[in-house]
Design a protein around this ligand. Structure first.
Ligand code: AMP
Ligand code: MN
Ligand code: MN
Length: 332
């Protein structure tokens, strides 16, 4: 698989960019925000000013990510693409952004990402599927551009690395990811602060939501698949918001014998529609292929899609896809 552009070519393109807009996927996660904030600081260090695009529907950001300075954010109404270079970070396909239909207006579109199924929708594509996170690629680009790591830059990159590797527990965690962590820690990341903000300091609503999720837990296919779902009603009863669902899947993924975990959460803005998170608990399973079958995507070990299927229908579909993978030469 080709990377399209090299890191050096991307660095050259960024250095010569005029006015830059930085964008990411809708529902921005730790890697999306970490990469945006990191890239903004890196460009600033080489004398290039940029503005961050975030869709109206994604604001305000989840509390734990809202602490980072995105500067003067542009949204659908205020964004102007003429003469701009748009840098997409952590966005595997144009459909994952409300800017999708407007891509044609963008003269220079640099697509920097780590999704193996990235559709290469940029005019320049730098896709490194061996990177744990887009933050890992942004860290490499900082080196390429000769930008030193400051505590201010290191922390958001660390957040991207930590969240996309599931705290260094998914298969995408490599020696390079740990080397990056070591450099960022040396540069002054407040590890205790980050850990508390992202994973501790939990409100009762989050544990109540976990309770509802576990209450709905079902095991399918002789223990190969564990699923759970939280409805809008559960969210309301728990006093929880969508961000509180973060991490529930990791509780389910560790079940003995399980190869795939699926958590479905009902979307507040679309009753009856569920956002499904998939995690592989077996390195031979590719959950992104399962997600893609249902119109989503992601990584072999962590992927997602949206559906209106009920739990039994969703489980049947996942098990069928799993069997198809095994038939195609996957694990026995
Ligand atoms: P999540 O379960 O939301 O943490 O998502 C896990 C990974 O799956 C993310 O890093 C995304 O790359 C990918 N993903 C989630 N939802 C979608 C979707 N609807 N379309 C494409 N990729 C997705
Ligand atoms: Mn992401
Ligand atoms: Mn990512």
């Amino acid at each position: 698989m080709t990377h399209g552009a090299t890191a050096a070519e991307v660095a050259t393109a960024l250095r010569s960019a005029g006015r830059v807009i930085l964008a990411t996927h809708t529902h921005p996660d730790g890697d999306a925000i970490g990469s945006l904030v990191g890239m903004r600081l890196i460009l600033e260090a080489v004398g290039i000013s940029s503005r961050v695009f975030v869709a109206d529907q994604d604001l305000p950001l989840p509390e734990e990510l809202a602490v980072y300075d995105l500067g003067d954010v542009v949204t659908e109404d205020t964004v102007d693409f003429s003469d701009r270079t748009v840098v997409f970070l952590d966005c595997g396909n144009a459909d994952r952004t409300p800017l999708g239909p407007r891509l044609g207006e963008i003269p220079v579109l640099i697509n920097i990402d780590h999704h193996h199924d990235n559709t290469r929708f940029g005019t320049m594509n730098f896709v490194d599927a061996s990177a744990s996170s887009t933050a890992e690629i942004v860290w490499l680009l900082a080196k390429e551009l000769g930008v030193p790591l400051t505590p201010e830059l290191a922390e958001p990159l660390y957040v991207g690395l930590l969240t996309d590797t599931g705290r260094f527990s998914y298969e995408n965690t490599t020696a390079r990811s740990h080397a990056m962590a070591a450099e960022l820690i040396d540069a002054g990341v407040d590890l205790t602060g980050v850990r508390r903000r992202l994973y501790e300091d939990v409100l009762p609503a989050k544990l109540h939501l976990l309770r509802y999720a576990l209450d709905s837990m079902a095991i399918h296919g002789d223990g190969l698949l564990v699923s759970a779902r939280v409805t809008a009603e559960d969210f309301a009863a728990a006093g929880a918001t969508e961000a509180h669902a973060e991490g529930i899947i990791d509780v389910m993924r560790v079940l003995r014998g399980v190869r795939v975990a699926a958590l479905a959460r009902e979307l507040d803005r679309e009753p009856g529609t569920f956002k499904v998170s998939l995690r592989a608990a077996d390195p031979t399973v590719d959950v992104s292929a399962i997600a893609r079958f249902s119109g989503g995507g992601g990584h072999p070990q962590a992927a997602g899609f949206t559906t209106s299927l009920d739990d039994a229908e969703m489980a049947a579909l996942i098990l069928a896809e799993l069997a198809a993978q095994d038939g195609a030469g996957g694990a026995a």
